[in-house]
Design a protein around this ligand. Structure first.
Ligand code: GN1
Ligand code: MG
Length: 363
């Protein structure tokens, strides 16, 4: 548990304009601890304590984030905002405290807000434009600027084997509670391995991707227009499909990822179309036909990966994601698998909408 006094001490290690007036914990994400810092002259900053259990090479994670944000700022035709990182008084972008914990600080982007459930297709279109622009701008980033800090992050065989190990070690009662989703995981296995196999066969180009391209990592402005992509913690080399899919998972639904009202969870096709149209604006000239062909499988696969990772963590006794109650991860898993079923049952329309957005003729 971080104390406020500690946060105050840490924030003073960074080059902020004036003394700190207030600190407020921000509920953001499942992994790191985040705080909003306000100074006496009303400058706002976001201070983050990185989770070193998840990110073992934190210095490279922070280096990746800084490199990408600097690149975005100077990219030709970049119309959005991006996070900017604040240096420490020792001229570094990270501060390591006495416990070996790593911190980084960013400026707060003013007049911005996040959205938990979209309220219009226009907002979804904006989200598509923003994440599409991200892919098009990182396409000009030299590959050696970004390291693979979490190897095989979205590799399905790896995630499946982690699930099977957790299953072997799980308590009988947890296995019983998760019985249906465990069966669903095995039933879906073969189809869900396909995208990783295609990646390993080098069917797709390796790009610099966000790897956590969900709705809550977008800032919108006061008119609900896309303003900035945030949370660059997982920016790494990878394939575009998981970014596209993570956006579909989190944006084109009627609910949030831990809603327990499973029966009502479904994919919203009008939002799916709006997202594709926005995403295609900047990516149409970049993605190869093979990449476009498998975007819909990307959506299915990342929904599966998320469900499986939540399930694995439940079986492991909640050691990875932050949880609010004991079965929180199980609820998240059931929610995601329900969404996957909905995508499966509308798959023909999803394929058609995607290929129309990219004018791809698959015959
Ligand atoms: C985690 O902490 P947060 O919310 O940025 C996770 C992502 C998952 C996400 C699920 C490093 O991201 O992979 O998509 O939760 N990040 C890591 O919402 O595991
Ligand atoms: Mg993240």
């Amino acid at each position: 548990m971080v104390t406020m006094k500690e946060v105050q001490f840490i924030s003073n290690r960074f080059c902020i304009e004036s003394a700190m007036k207030s600190i407020e914990p921000l509920e953001s994400g499942h992994i790191n601890d985040t705080f909003l810092i306000v100074t006496n002259n009303d400058e706002r900053y976001v201070l983050q304590k990185m989770n070193t259990n998840v990110f073992s090479d934190v210095e490279s994670v922070i280096e990746n984030k800084v490199n990408v944000s600097k690149h975005l700022l100077k990219a030709h035709d970049f119309k959005y905002e991006t996070i900017t990182f604040i240096e420490t008084k020792g001229k570094e972008y990270h501060y390591m405290d006495g416990n070996g914990d790593y911190w980084n600080m960013m400026s707060f982007i003013p007049n911005s807000h996040t959205v938990s459930i979209p309220n219009s297709a226009k907002l979804v279109f904006e989200a598509g434009k923003l994440y599409g622009d991200f892919i098009s701008k990182t396409a000009t980033l030299p590959a050696n600027c970004v390291k693979e800090t979490l190897p095989d992050f979205h590799d399905v065989p790896l995630r499946f084997s982690q699930f099977e190990i957790a299953l072997e070690n799980a308590s009988e009662s947890n296995k019983e509670k998760a019985k249906e989703v465990i069966e669903f995981a095995y039933k879906s296995r073969d189809e869900m391995f396909k995208l990783s196999a295609l990646k390993n066969e080098d069917v797709f180009p390796i790009r610099i991707v966000h790897n956590d391209a969900k709705l809550s990592n977008i800032l919108f402005d006061d008119n609900d227009e896309g303003l900035a992509v945030i949370d660059l913690d997982t920016v790494m080399p990878g394939i575009v499909h998981f970014d596209f899919g993570d956006s579909i998972r989190s944006i084109c639904t009627n609910t949030v990822e831990d809603d327990e009202n499973f029966e009502s969870i479904s994919i919203k096709l009008d939002y799916y179309e709006a997202f594709c149209n926005g995403y295609a604006l900047s990516t149409r000239d970049i993605l190869t036909p093979q990449e476009v062909e498998y975007l819909p499988l990307g959506a299915k696969t990342i929904i599966f990966i998320m469900g499986l990772r939540f399930l694995t963590d439940f079986l492991n006794g909640n050691i990875y994601y932050k949880v609010k109650y004991d079965t929180h991860n199980l609820v998240r898993c059931k929610n995601q698998f329900k969404l996957l079923e909905s995508v499966q049952s509308h798959y023909d329309e999803i394929l058609r909408i995607t290929y129309d957005a990219y004018a791809l003729d698959i015959s």
